[in-house]
Design a protein around this ligand. Structure first.
Ligand SMILES: [Zn+2]
Length: 466
């Protein structure tokens, strides 16, 4: 039996948006990458090569350092060493370490639970604090830095975590060669336009303006995450134990499917991708995607991401002669918000909606939760509360798509009237109103669910009609 140790940032999305603006998030994405990329881990372990090595089979995932112990008795020392290293580079990130045992990494990680789990919460600032940090407002400021360029620059007092974010943030207007590692650097690299001068939006204002519809004030922040990856991992392990020769590399296949899905989703956007790609990528790692796009692009974008991920993985499994195995899917949460509302609120809400959607469908199907902060408020609508919104599965969305297209083509006032009648629950009035306008056939499609009329009308507020 070999011991495997993983040390990971927990609640990575929340830590990324601890400083509420984009610059703080960008710096954090790059800090995480620099601290956990394989090259950094190899350097970290240089002096301990007789005791531990990087677990190359785990895949290269932002925010996780995975190692394989060569001497079991060294695991606690190695754990403390790795935690200390991460704590120094990501001062405010909560960490969790897990020990696994097995013949190899796949076997070890197929267990339901790790052998040991330890939490290493971020230090809490002492009370009373001195002046709080200008960015996160939760830790004491410890350093004064100049933020911004030229005449716009101003002095700000930042804590250690935010100072590092500032230092790592850079500007996306810099060409790829100068962009520091991070999700956005990867995105341009995967796109394959190394020398075309393609860039990413610098701010949310700029991103919103890239939307092709009349409303250029709203964005959608989308969080997607795989379902049943662990189940597939287990079945692959079982096959290997039965001596069925399979060398299927699951982490690599997931990584490939995630990036292919993301690129396909970007290609379906109506906005041009010639000079500035209409997307801001916060996190792409393993089966996890967290991005912001112009609001009207969200529905097509997300459905393409979900269908492509599933298809690519199905193809890879079938190419490897494993067509009978369960194909992981992706569930997603879409949060619509004004371009000036804090990213941290959208990201936290997306995280909650995503876990509701997974719970509602028990992670068995691709599903899609959504909420509009401007119209529904910032508190998550919960599927367990009667009459609150349900997260449709991807299949339900497909079935309703043509009807949603038709609803989107109605004028705004026609939709507002329908929404009023729908929330009154007075079917007779709704029917006579809809019949008068020749819309009864369309309205009927949404009466029995699974996507009810009220929700359908909310969805098409940000529907793409071009
Ligand atoms: Zn701070």
């Amino acid at each position: 039996m070999t011991v495997f140790l993983d040390v990971a940032v927990v609640h990575i999305q929340s830590w990324l948006t601890r400083a509420p603006h984009l610059r703080g998030r960008r710096g954090a994405s790059r800090m995480i990458r620099e601290a956990t990329m394989s090259k950094a881990v190899d350097t970290l372990l240089t002096d301990f090569t007789s005791v531990v090595r990087r677990n190359a089979a785990y895949g290269d995932i932002d925010g996780v350092i995975a190692v394989e112990l060569l001497r079991d008795d060294a695991v606690d020392d190695v754990e403390r060493y790795v935690v200390r290293y991460l704590r120094e580079r990501l001062p405010a990130a909560p960490l969790r370490s897990t020990h696994w045992e097995g013949r190899d990494s796949l076997d070890a990680h197929a267990a339901d639970e790790p052998v040991v789990t330890r939490d290493w919460p971020a230090p809490v600032s002492e009370w009373p604090v001195s002046k709080p940090c200008d960015w996160c407002r939760s830790w004491p400021a410890s350093r004064t830095v100049w933020v911004g360029a030229g005449d716009d620059s101003e002095q700000q007092q930042l804590c250690e975590d935010c100072r590092r974010r500032h230092q790592h943030a850079g500007y996306t207007t810099s060409k790829i060669a100068k962009l520091q590692p991070g999700a956005e650097h990867d995105l341009l690299k995967h796109w394959g336009d190394r020398n075309s001068g393609l860039r990413l939006p610098e701010t949310f204002e700029e991103l919103a303006l890239l939307g092709k519809e009349n409303d250029n004030t709203h964005l959608a922040t989308i969080h997607a995450d795989g379902n049943a990856v662990g189940r597939l991992n287990k079945q692959l392990r079982d096959l290997q134990q039965k001596d069925t020769a399979t060398t299927f590399d699951l982490p690599a296949a997931i990584e490939h499917a995630t990036w292919s899905a993301l690129l396909a989703a970007i290609k379906t956007m109506s906005a041009d991708v010639d000079e500035t790609m209409p997307i801001i990528a916060h996190l792409v790692g393993g089966d996890d995607v967290l991005v912001s796009v112009p609001a009207h692009e969200a529905w097509w974008f997300t459905r393409t991401l979900q269908t492509t991920f599933q298809k690519i993985l199905a193809d890879e499994l079938s190419d490897a002669g494993l067509a009978g195995l369960p194909v992981p899917t992706v569930s997603a949460a879409v949060v619509f918000h004004h371009r000036s509302s804090p990213l941290s609120a959208a990201v936290d809400l997306a995280g909650e909606l995503l876990s509701h959607a997974k719970e509602q469908h028990r992670g068995k199907r691709a599903s899609l939760a959504w909420q509009d902060i401007t119209h529904d408020g910032p508190h998550p609508l919960h599927h367990q509360v009667p009459d609150q919104r349900q997260a449709p599965t991807l299949d339900m969305l497909f079935d309703a798509w043509a009807g949603l297209d038709s609803l989107a083509e109605l004028g705004a006032s026609a939709r507002a009237n329908l929404a009023l009648l729908a929330s009154d629950n007075d079917l007779e009035r709704l029917k006579s109103h809809a019949e008068r306008l020749g819309l009864w056939g369309l309205v009927q499609r949404f009466l029995g669910g699974p996507i009810v009329l009220k929700d359908a009308l909310g969805m098409v507020r940000w529907w793409r009609t071009v």
